[in-house]
Design a protein around this ligand. Structure first.
Ligand code: ZN
Length: 289
């Protein structure tokens, strides 16, 4: 499972050391480290700990949150992101994922300008420490407070406008699966050499919580086999990162959950796209109420 990466948030009840122990026991190839997972021991100690394990750090999660009506706040966000880049270096992460931010008092167009300005302000620091920046488009239901970048097109446009090798895109199926321009924008992202990361999970039907009810691959209605095919066609050969926030999964014994992740990942890797197929791999029982 060389190309499998798991985000520490996916097994949130585990401390970093438990995640490392258990992921490595299953020969998981990569780990994306969330800031909350390293807070208790600090990033320097976390970095030393991670080096003891045969696992690659894929990214540090998450910077961003640039827009605000106050210039002072925006500067604070820039400073905070520079600190996040230093922390990424401590944990040996080659990339910082950006949840770009949104502020209800700032309109979306202005927010996007502020996001671009924020990324450009931290870019020299990112280059100096050798950590890339990945713009992650978020589903439009989060356009109020989490991100004004809501489509892959918007992320591609911004990465293209900034036009620097250190700025690319993190594609998360949960946020973009509904988009009818997805295929062409994945192709464009690949052609721009901007496809830095690929996050996988599933969209449950029904979804009980818009933030904390993500499903395992195969547990929802996302056409993973087709999206995986497009990403591969776009030249992506990196990690497939399982990123799941779920009160239901977190409430389980995490060893059992990890076994379910591994099984779901194996099924997912076995999926081969038949692009003429009209059906997805949706397996769960639909119980609409
Ligand atoms: Zn993601």
């Amino acid at each position: 499972m060389k190309q499998l990466c798991i985000h520490t948030i996916t097994t949130k009840p585990w401390r970093l050391e438990e995640s490392l122990d258990n992921y490595c026991r299953q020969e998981v190839g990569g780990i994306s480290v969330w800031q909350d997972a390293v807070q208790s021991i600090g990033t320097v100690e976390a970095g030393k700990l991670i080096k003891e394990y045969p696992i690659k750090v894929v990214s540090y999660v998450r910077g961003g949150f640039f827009p605000h009506s106050s210039r002072e706040y925006r500067q604070k966000a820039v400073d905070h992101n520079k600190k996040m880049l230093d922390e990424a270096v401590d944990v040996d992460a080659p990339m910082l994922v950006l949840v770009c931010g949104a502020e209800p008092s700032v309109n979306l167009g202005e927010s996007r300008k502020q996001i671009q300005a924020g990324i450009e302000a931290i870019l020299p620091h990112a280059q100096s420490v050798g950590v890339k920046l990945a713009i992650e488009p978020l589903h439009p239901m989060y356009a109020d407070t989490r991100s004004a970048i809501n489509t892959l097109k918007q992320a591609n446009d911004m990465a293209a406008a900034i036009n620097n090798d250190f700025v690319g895109v993190a594609l998360d199926v949960y946020h973009v699966w509904w988009d009818d321009t997805l295929e062409q924008e994945i192709r464009r992202c690949g052609a721009l050499n901007k496809l830095f990361a690929f996050h996988i999970c599933d969209w449950k039907v029904p979804t009980s919580d818009m933030l904390l009810d993500r499903g395992l691959m195969g547990e929802g209605c996302i056409d993973l086999k087709t999206i995986k095919h497009w990403v591969k066609q776009a030249g992506f050969n990196g990690f497939h990162e399982v990123e799941i926030f779920s009160n239901i999964h977190w409430a389980k014994d995490q060893h059992q959950f990890l076994a379910e992740i591994i099984a779901a990942y194996k099924d997912y890797t076995a999926l081969e796209a038949n692009i003429n197929s009209k059906t997805t791999v949706y397996k769960a029982q639909t119980t609409l109420t």
